[in-house]
Design a protein around this ligand. Structure first.
Ligand code: NAD
Length: 264
């Protein structure tokens, strides 16, 4: 434990259960002394999020569906009333029709393309605009992305296109808000077994592939993503903005893993 986040208040968006990447991040921040608020999607998730938040001493739970502008407004109005100012936001939200997270990207429907971009990309921009208005002493904004933004990965399809747009938006937001002392970054996490990931075709095989082919020869944990988030959200990351930080056991640097090649 450390005191890196003592005196800092922030919002965690995207906690669904104790497997969520948001949970790994929330634990690292809570243990470092941050005061946390949580937003959750729909009443059904409140039963899950409430007890988890309570273990970190947090009791501010606010419903927010990021597909709905008034819902985002209500979230930030509530935080403004409660805290007045905000130091950080974690956006750990993504969504696409799971029928299109298999098969060919080229078959993506217009409706699902639009919906995926709206929830997985635009929502971060909408959140950053509202959050930055409360960051009177500067702040740090963080979202989650995946290697499928950079290179083609099996079944990731429209979500890869959305993550590419999300990573580009991180850079534009970093430039817009940098003069106000607000930083904006992404973590590109390696595959982790979560509710959202289970919608991706052959996800178990993708995890195995990463385990066998990454430089560290293993997968990463929610806790490791949490530690990287602590760096980006605390003063440790004060010189870093517009960045996509890979927490993927090094997978993204490998072109071809060394093997005992046969004589040819
Ligand atoms: P998860 O299922 O635990 O979290 C996804 C969250 O998105 C859920 O809490 C869900 O309620 C929320 N959400 C979806 N639609 C929403 C909406 N309209 N309004 C509000 N919330 C909404 O899964 P996760 O893997 O922890 O996902 C978190 C983030 O991490 C996502 O952006 C995901 O793409 C990214 N990511 C995941 C992996 C992985 O392998 N699990 C790897 C890299 C990046």
């Amino acid at each position: 434990s450390n005191n890196l986040m003592v005196g800092k208040r922030g919002l965690i968006m995207g906690l669904a259960n104790d497997k969520s990447i948001a949970w790994g991040i929330a634990k690292a921040l809570g243990e470092a002394g941050a005061e946390l608020a949580f937003s959750y999607q729909g009443e059904a998730l409140k039963k899950r999020v409430g007890p988890l938040a309570a273990t970190l001493g947090a009791d501010t739970l606010i419903e927010c569906d990021v597909a709905d502008e008034t819902s985002i407004d209500t979230l930030f109005d509530t935080l403004k009333e409660k805290w007045g100012k905000l130091d950080f936001v974690v956006h750990a939200i993504g969504f696409s029709d799971k029928n299109e997270l298999r098969g060919r990207y080229v078959d993506t429907s217009r409706d699902n393309f639009t919906m995926t971009m709206d929830i997985s990309v635009y929502s971060f921009t909408a959140v950053c605009a509202r959050a930055s208005a409360l960051m009177s002493d500067g702040g740090s904004l963080l979202t989650l992305t995946y290697y499928g933004a950079e290179q083609v990965m099996p079944h990731y399809n429209v979500m890869g296109v959305a993550k590419a747009a999300l990573e580009a938006s991180v850079k534009y937001i970093a430039e817009d808000l940098g003069k106000d002392g607000i930083r904006c970054n992404a973590i590109s996490a390696g595959p982790i077994k979560t509710l959202a990931a289970s919608g991706i075709g052959d996800f178990r095989y993708i995890m195995k592939w990463n385990e066998l082919n990454s430089p560290l020869r293993r997968n990463v944990t929610q806790e490791e993503v949490g530690k990287a988030a602590l760096y980006l959200l605390s003063d440790l990351g004060s010189g870093t903005t517009g960045e996509t930080l890979h927490v993927d056991a090094g997978y993204h640097v490998v072109g071809m893993k060394a093997v005992d090649a046969p004589d040819i």
